[in-house]
Design a protein around this ligand. Structure first.
Ligand SMILES: Nc1ncnc2c1ncn2[C@@H]1O[C@H](COP(=O)(O)OP(=O)(O)OP(=O)(O)O)[C@@H](O)[C@H]1O
Length: 270
């Protein structure tokens, strides 16, 4: 290989491999193609937004990343590791945390206990060790409580730490879910429509919070969101889907101005 060609290849190589790499992903449900050859990368430390009209395939993609859905074609690599080799119950331990479109909290449990549930991916002692109170269990439990309390404070939930989640207003419950996802110490945080159901003020605060989370916990965020104002203000990179295909990606400004994106949203609220 000629020296100048080598130099060109080195210059073209990214400084660091992407944290998440999705290639040619296809998912079919009977006759419906929910994802049709979707490829994109999420770089480390990015807030990446995934947008698209209803039925575009966003949640399906999230479900593939959480291993809730299998895929017929394509591959996903997380930090270089093929996700296909990871069982569903190992996803959180690998470093992928998520929140759900419809909150998945334990209403009768306190805020603190809900957040502590998220720690299980980081605890090493099994059910038997816990039942028998073997050495190390108490220390691990203490560590989980301390970390959960730190998150409660970080999320401004201290005044309601011991309140049952069912008694909280919707916006606070969404924060609890965020806390539970953060408790697993993810390297990639998947947020499924975090702004849904929030009022204008809460959405503004959420944008600031997402960036604070990224900076403070040094993680990468992939966000599915219909609230265009939030996605465009908080994301470094945006991927747009429509009918299961990627129609655009780039900076928020590039995606917002893309003709296919404008066409996809024509007549829908944006
Ligand atoms: N479990 C399933 N079984 C059958 N079809 C499904 C299933 N999940 C999704 N689909 C279909 O796949 C397509 C993509 O749906 P998906 O929920 O991923 O879209 P979305 O972009 O998340 O939409 P929304 O913004 O409304 O949540 C839709 O046509 C949907 O009906």
């Amino acid at each position: 290989m000629q020296v100048h060609e080598e130099a060109r290849l080195v210059a073209a190589a990214p400084a660091e491999a992407p944290l998440l790499s999705v290639r040619d992903l296809c998912v079919r449900f009977g006759g419906i193609t929910a994802l049709d050859g979707v490829s994109f990368d999420v770089q480390r430390g990015q807030v990446a937004g995934l947008i698209g009209p209803n039925g575009a395939g966003k949640t399906t993609l999230f479900n593939c990343l959480s291993r809730l859905y299998g895929y017929s074609e394509g591959r996903i690599r997380f930090d270089g590791q093929p996700l296909e080799s990871v069982a569903r119950h190992q996803v959180a331990g690998l470093g992928i945390g998520r929140t759900f479109q419809n909150l998945a909290l334990f209403g009768s449990m306190s805020v603190l206990d809900n957040i502590k549930v998220g720690r299980h991916a980081r605890t090493r002692k099994g059910f038997l060790a816990n039942a028998l109170r073997l050495p190390g269990v108490a220390a691990e439990e203490e560590d989980s409580s301390r970390r959960a309390r730190e998150l409660v404070r970080f999320l401004g939930l201290e005044p309601v730490a011991d309140t049952r989640v069912a008694e909280l207003p919707f916006g606070s419950r969404k924060r609890v879910e965020l806390g539970r996802a953060l408790a697993s110490e993810p390297r990639l945080l998947l947020l499924d429509e975090p702004a849904a159901g929030l009022n204008h003020e809460e959405v503004g605060a959420l944008g600031t919070l997402i960036r604070r989370i990224r900076d403070q916990f040094h993680l990468t965020v992939l966000l599915v969101e219909h609230h265009m104002g939030l996605v465009m203000s908080v994301s470094d990179h945006v991927v747009a889907l429509n009918f299961g295909r990627k129609i655009a990606e780039g900076t928020p400004a590039q995606v917002r101005a893309h003709p296919e994106v404008i066409q996809a949203y024509l007549g829908t609220e944006s």
